[in-house]
Design a protein around this ligand. Sequence first.
Ligand code: PEP
Length: 251
Amino acid sequence: MTRKPLMAANWKMHLSIREAVDFIARLHEVVAGSEDREVLIAPPFTHLWAVREAMGAAGFSLAAQNCHWEEKGAFTGEISLPMLKEVGCGYVILGHSERRHIFGEPDEWVGLKTAAAFAHGVTPILCVGEKLEEREAQKTEEVLLRQLETGLAQAPAEQVASLVIAYEPVWAIGTGKTASPEQAQEAHAFIRGWLARRYQKEIAKNIRILYGGSVKPDNVDALMAQPDIDGALVGGASLDVASFGRIVRFQ
Ligand code: PEP
């Protein structure tokens, strides 16, 4: 099975609902003819419904940027997976470095969320990646292993084939410093090798591994040319429809 490229926009805490709806209206035109790749939008929670409506029958995918692992309860400020499903989310981004490093989200929580997402039929996009000091101390693989092992500790092996992983070196997120295509490929190959050992080769072959970290129209082609890079998780450059459209239309 070939892996369909997944080009994902992570809007973080940006755009008004009106701007989001206008973006989707333009996106239909900008990515017309790109049906061989999957286009995904992860807007803020408050925009999910309006974005879903604006997507119509276009076949775009919708993701949330986070969730809680419990179905319901006294968790002020949290959003559950049944709520995300009801609003039309097929995916949820988990363990983004901003959640891990700004909000102190521990690896174990990411594991609970990943397992809960599988249980509810929402595909997790599990983010992993090392900080600059960890890369400089040659600890990239150690960090990736820890985040993968805890992130997938309770994930059912029979569902793991649908998983999406995003390799996002923290030093490249929002900094304008992209990992070189070779650096990214090396990390992606390491992750796929681990998946093959942990599950099966066939499963590892089918799992999409996205690269994230200052992906832009002018570097996407070289990144996407790497054999183990199956898509991109795009922050800053996904806020402008022309630039995200060009990223979706990578060559
Ligand atoms: C991200 O938020 O996941 C990200 C990769 O951001 P940026 O593209 O701005 O580096």
